[in-house]
Design a protein around this ligand. Structure first.
Ligand code: PSU
Ligand code: MN
Length: 306
């Protein structure tokens, strides 16, 4: 599966090697959410709990990150803890994943970079919080996440709570449609908005079971349609922050980012951190709950694929 030339840079954790060899379900997990998405120690607790949930569902978790130049597919508890505390971690996407390897650096992998690593190691399903997408104001900033291109080209099922609500969800859906990426509402006709279970937009497609998602993905493969798909799994209603309530916090965070001149890859981490302050920690509780919810569904999809 792994191209020979990539192998010297990859360390696949033993339980993941065994599961892939025996064709048991494996779920990839990203690490930018650990290094840039949440503060310590909540990030460490979230990362440990998410792995546990995947195991409870009978799958093997593979948290993906770059540690001192090694592309790690699956981390030990010690490596995961150390990454959660690492202050100098890079945020790695398609553009800089290989840079971190060549320069022997440490970094969290975004949705895009985690998809690349998952596909290299033969993992078909991946759980995250929310993908990157088209930022509000992208018509002047041109800030469109590399996650969207990766979904178009790399054959991994990405389980998310939709696009982060700090984004322009309507434009993000348009770009995904243009690129031929299926966006599937899980058990819903309405696109979720990360912290909110509902947005103003319809989910382009709907499926109601992990088995149905697995069938859809294998039909795509049979037809030679490459690329990934995005599953939009709404956060549970009892922990959501409704969209109308979030809108005010997001607008304030956005205005603060503009006033401070935050740009490039710092935009998403800055907005998430500012929203955490503005909601007095409530957004973090929701963020953790939705990642856990996505990990559970991803494990069930992985099982359905085997
Ligand atoms: N989901 C979260 N928290 C995060 C992210 C997603 O709950 O921090 C990360 C993902 O790694 C995603 C990245 O790929 O933010 C998008 O960054 P950008 O908008 O700069 O492409
Ligand atoms: Mn960006």
């Amino acid at each position: 599966m792994t191209p020979e030339s990539a192998r010297p840079h990859l360390d696949i954790f033993e339980p993941v090697v065994a599961a892939l060899r025996d064709r048991r379900p494996v779920v990839a997990l990203e690490s930018t959410i650990i290094t840039h998405g949440m503060p310590y120690p909540q990030n460490a607790a979230m990362a440990a709990r998410v792995e546990e949930i995947v195991r409870e569902e009978g799958a093997v978790p593979a948290t993906i990150a770059v540690i001192e130049g090694r592309l790690k597919i699956g981390l030990s508890d010690g490596e995961r803890e150390a990454l959660a505390k690492e202050a100098g971690a890079l945020k790695l996407s398609r553009a800089d994943l290989a840079y971190a390897i060549a320069e022997r650096r440490t970094g969290g992998t975004t949705v895009a970079a985690t998809m690349i690593a998952a596909a290299l190691s033969g993992i078909e399903v991946f759980a995250t919080g929310g993908i990157g997408g088209v930022h509000k104001g992208a018509e002047t900033s041109f800030d469109v996440s590399a996650d969207l291109d990766e979904l178009a080209r790399t054959p991994v099922i990405v389980v998310s709570a939709g696009a982060k609500a700090i984004l322009d969800i309507e434009k993000t859906l348009e770009v995904l449609e243009t690129k031929g990426v299926p966006v599937v509402g899980y058990g819903t006709d309405v696109m979720p908005a990360f912290w909110s279970s509902r947005s103003r937009f319809r989910a382009p497609l709907r499926l109601d079971s992990p088995q149905a998602i697995a069938r859809f993905q294998s039909a795509r493969r049979d037809l030679g349609i490459g690329g990934g798909m995005l599953i939009a799994n709404p956060v549970a209603a009892d922990v959501e922050i409704p969209e109308a309530e979030m809108a005010g916090f997001i607008a304030t965070a956005q205005a603060d980012a503009a006033a401070k001149g935050v740009s490039g890859k710092e935009v998403t981490p800055y907005l998430l951190g500012r929203i955490l302050e503005l909601t007095a920690g409530r957004s973090l509780v929701t963020n953790i709950a939705l990642v856990e919810n996505n990990a559970r569904l991803a494990a069930r999809i992985a099982a359905a694929l085997t």
